[in-house]
Design a protein around this ligand. Sequence first.
Ligand code: PEP
Length: 243
Amino acid sequence: TPGVRPLIAGNWKMNGTLAEAIDLARSVAAAPPQKADLLVCPPFVHLVPVAGALLKTEVALGAQDCHAAGKGAHTGDVSAPMLADLGARYVILGHSERRADHGETDATVRAKAEAALAAKLIPVVCVGESEAERLSGQAESVVATQLAGSLPQGFAAAGGVVAYEPVWAIGTGRTPTEEDIAAMHARIRAELGAEGAGLRILYGGSMKPSNAAGILALPNVDGGLIGGASLKADDFLAIAKAV
Ligand code: PEP
């Protein structure tokens, strides 16, 4: 999208030892400047040491979730202000694995996104249809409903990012056709109205070095959210170079 700097984000999910996390962060940060912003999102327990490894580098740090409350009696949870305090700039919200594993609804995601914005974190809100929804022709309407329910007022104006991740493409090696990706991204931008003009819309789901250039060149694709391929610095950086 003209005037929009792409974002290549790595979602490390629940992977890696502490040593592996630091090593991966250092390898990503050792790359020369890219045509895109780079972001890595380690598991909570690795955030502080990875923040140290990324100090004085161009690579941004993000978390994979936050709580909707700023603090309080929520055993085992982590708040947005805590993440901002340790140096995170982004937080992934509403990933399909959290929607499935933890029963997160659009309303949950919206409350978390409000908390993130209040803490000056950039939310990366994930939306995407199931395979049954795609096959029955409902993909775009499902995603439009998720956007309406998950994004707080002023989301795009505050720099919020949307990641389109078809659930059936995550970790499966399958992707929608480039035509389907472009159509969905155009729909997402249209759903946001005037506010959506500068919105960064990422594609996620089995992106890898071999398919990245084609996907990242599509109109309204402003970067990628990368799962499996973000665990190898060479693959992650090859995707960034494809921008
Ligand atoms: C993800 O879960 O955010 C993702 C895109 O995973 P993968 O790249 O492994 O499909």
